[in-house]
Write a protein that binds this ligand. Structure first.
Ligand SMILES: *Cc1c(COP(=O)(O)O)cnc(C)c1O
Length: 369
């Protein structure tokens, strides 16, 4: 700490300098977050001091959280789902597994995940002392549902399927997985952290939500394709009473019990998430998804014209390629299998894609000269 505080002017010029060192989203093709919608930012700002960890003091904010969950439940075909706003997909996945671990009478519980699962499951297994059994994916990087049955044993407390993989943007065969989970009596958690706000708006219908009987819980993040401010994820479960398993007593708060992982929680981000969903409605979100999917197709066509083959045809706005270099100034990422990975988020406009294609094309020409 400084002995004497700095002047506001000097301080903010320091902050501006540091902000200048951040990547603006302009040339970022690697992120699943995006520039928040102005309506989300405005609503967040309005509720900066609201703490959802003490909901009795912030009744209005708590009601908005309940409305947010109701809206998302409606989108996922289960208006009466239980749920709360988490800090993101990691917390949602962890909390879902915590519930299913408590439901299972086993001294050595395990979960079954596809090899494409997000690294948050590794953290969750470590924290919860769960064994992790991995099911291989097929050539399209989707979980091989035929191999799932063998992976489940008497100690399996949950199966995980991914509705929109982080690396390849594909959706596991969730209907088939849900059938197997249902028949074996094992809860299925669907990780739709990224895909949850995309899949409902695609031309092609892909079943992944509570309309499938075998689906017990879903992670879906407003702070990815929900255009919200960070941090806002959400966890929805089929039976609201399941959250009782996580309750602890909170003697000095306005409510008696708490099932969330965090204590103090941002009301601002939650109101931001609700506000932008309410403002855009389904038609607004559908328009955003249409744009992102159109841009994904354009990038794939453009890259293939330049000789970079796609790694897979994605279901969502993630495009991956057999390519080993990136033009200077651009941010892409690389999958565990070594493919170039790009995410066509709303900030990646068509003009940005054309610019990227021009740059990688020039780069190509230089290499072959
Ligand atoms: C991003 C992501 C997560 C993790 O979400 P955070 O908000 O970063 O904690 C989990 N699962 C999938 C499929 C994701 O894409």
């Amino acid at each position: 700490m400084l002995e004497e505080g700095r002047s506001e002017e000097e301080l903010f010029s320091f902050l501006s300098l540091k902000k200048g060192e951040d990547s603006s989203y302009h040339h970022v093709l690697s992120s699943m977050c995006t520039i928040p919608h102005p309506v989300a930012a405005r609503a967040h700002q309005m509720f900066l001091e609201a703490n959802l960890g003490d909901p009795g003091l912030f009744r209005g904010t708590a009601e908005i959280e309940a409305l947010l969950i109701e809206r998302i439940g409606d989108l996922l075909h289960h208006r009466r789902a239980g749920g709360y706003a988490t800090s993101g997909g990691t917390e949602s996945n962890l909390q879902a597994l915590r519930i299913f671990r408590k439901m299972k009478a086993s001294s050595r519980p395990n979960i079954v995940v596809p090899e494409s699962a997000h690294f948050s499951f590794e953290k969750a297994c470590d924290i919860l002392s769960l064994g992790m059994r991995t099911v291989p994916c097929d050539d399209s990087f989707r979980m091989d549902a035929d191999a799932l049955q063998e992976a489940i044993d008497a100690d399996t407390c949950a199966v995980v399927a991914i509705a929109g993989t982080t690396e390849y943007g594909v959706v596991d065969p969730i209907a088939a997985i849900a059938d197997i989970a249902h028949d074996t009596g094992v809860p299925l958690h669907v990780d739709a952290a990224f895909g949850g706000f995309v899949i409902p708006f695609l031309k092609q219908e892909i079943p992944f939500d509570f309309s499938l009987e075998g689906v017990s819980s879903i992670a879906i993040d407003p702070h990815k394709m929900g255009m919200s401010t960070i941090p806002c994820g959400s966890l929805l479960v089929r039976e609201p009473s399941w959250f009782d398993l996580l309750n602890v007593e909170t003697p000095y708060l306005t409510v008696k019990q708490e099932c969330t992982l965090a204590g103090t929680r941002s009301g601002g981000a939650v109101v931001g998430a609700f506000a932008v969903l309410e403002y855009l409605g389904k038609s607004g979100l559908a328009a955003i998804v249409r744009g992102c999917m159109k841009n994904t197709k354009r990038l794939i066509t453009g890259m293939e014209t330049l000789g970079y083959r796609r790694a897979v045809t994605p279901d969502l706005n993630v495009a991956t390629f057999h390519a080993d270099h990136v033009p200077p100034g651009w941010r892409v990422s690389w999958t565990r299998r070594g493919h170039m990975r790009t995410v066509m988020m709303p900030h990646v406009h068509l003009s940005v894609i054309e610019e990227f294609l021009r740059d990688i094309g020039d780069n190509n020409a230089q290499k072959t000269d």
